[in-house]
Structures are given as structure tokens and as C-alpha cells.
Design a protein around this ligand. Structure first.
Ligand SMILES: Nc1nc2c([nH]c(=O)n2[C@@H]2O[C@H](COP(=O)(O)OP(=O)(O)OP(=O)(O)O)[C@@H](O)[C@H]2O)c(=O)[nH]1
Length: 146
């Protein structure tokens, strides 16, 4: 009982952990797709990897396939999603846990359905595009390993 109370006190003010899945789509020239967040959303104007929140009852890969269809109009097979690295970042209102997958094969042509703009960028040029703070460590991994 005492233990439970202590836990409650320690958790006062705690924020939820949110699972977001994202992908680095890589084209035949080794460029990575990033997308600019639209006005009116949190972190508007910043560039991000396509993806989004995992909804209740979804597996991460299912969520990513759904998001890629909704955001970019492309179809991706689960076997084409390779788990790569993840980021864990404390935002003020929530804690972000975001695995980044790699994907080199999809069907359809990417179209910005929900973003302001899209850009295909070489890994060593990603730093020219302002990205959310959580993405910072991912850029280094992509530059070193892709
Ligand atoms: N997709 C994506 N989200 C990221 C990245 N980096 C990062 O901090 N995030 C954060 O992860 C969350 C993604 O959730 P989301 O795209 O489903 O949600 P949203 O804020 O656009 O709006 P929503 O809640 O209305 O769906 C956002 O808070 C976003 O700022 C990234 O590279 N890709």
C-alpha cells in the first residue's frame, strides 16, 4: 500500500508516452523523403519523416502502412519495412517514443496529401532542413549508416 502511494506521488505531473512510427523512404539515388508539417499543427513548418501515431489495436507496421497511404498515397508491403533506430524524447506535454523504419520499395507516386511540401534529400543535407528536436539523433544515424 505504501509503495503504491509513493508511486502515485512520484507520478504526479507525469506525461503520457506516445508511440509514433516513422519511415525514411529511400529512393534509388539514396535520397530520403522528408515532409513539411502544415500550419496550424504543433511544430508547424518543421520537416519530419512521414508517419504518425499508432492507434489502439494497431501493430506499429500496420499503423505506418496506413499513415503512408493517407499522407503520401503510396502502398507499402510490411516485408519492405526494415526496423532501423528509434528516438526517445521528452516533449513538454508527452514523451515521444518513435521507431524509424527504412523502406526502399513501395508502389505509387508520392504526393503531399497532408503536408505543405515534400523533399528528397541526401542524408548529409538533412541538417539544412529544420526538424523536430526528437529527430536530431536520427539524422546522425542516417548519415552514418545509409
Ligand atoms: N511523423 C512524425 N512525427 C514526428 C516526427 N518527429 C516528431 O517529433 N514527431 C512528433 O510525433 C507526433 C506525430 O503525431 P501525428 O503526426 O500523428 O500527429 P499530429 O501532431 O500531426 O496531429 P494529430 O494529433 O492531429 O494527428 C507529433 O507530435 C510530431 O510532432 C517525425 O519525424 N515524424
Amino acid at each position: 500500500m505504501t509503495g503504491a502511494l509513493v508511486t502515485e506521488v512520484e507520478n504526479a505531473g507525469a506525461v503520457p508516452t506516445v508511440l509514433v512510427v516513422a519511415v525514411a523512404l529511400i529512393d534509388p539515388d539514396g535520397r530520403i523523403l522528408i515532409a513539411q508539417r502544415p500550419e496550424g499543427k504543433q511544430l508547424a513548418g518543421l520537416w519530419e519523416f512521414p508517419g504518425g501515431k499508432v492507434e489502439a489495436g494497431e501493430r506499429p507496421e500496420q499503423a505506418l502502412i496506413r499513415e503512408l497511404h493517407e499522407e503520401l498515397g503510396i502502398d507499402v508491403k510490411e516485408a519492405c519495412l526494415a526496423p532501423f533506430v528509434f528516438t526517445s524524447h521528452a516533449y513538454e506535454k508527452f514523451h515521444l517514443l518513435m521507431p524509424l523504419y527504412l523502406c526502399r520499395r513501395w508502389s505509387g507516386t508520392v504526393v503531399a496529401k497532408e503536408h505543405t511540401a515534400l523533399a528528397w534529400v541526401k542524408p548529409d543535407k538533412l541538417r539544412d532542413y529544420p526538424m523536430p528536436p526528437a529527430d536530431e539523433p536520427l539524422i546522425a544515424w542516417l548519415r552514418d549508416l545509409i
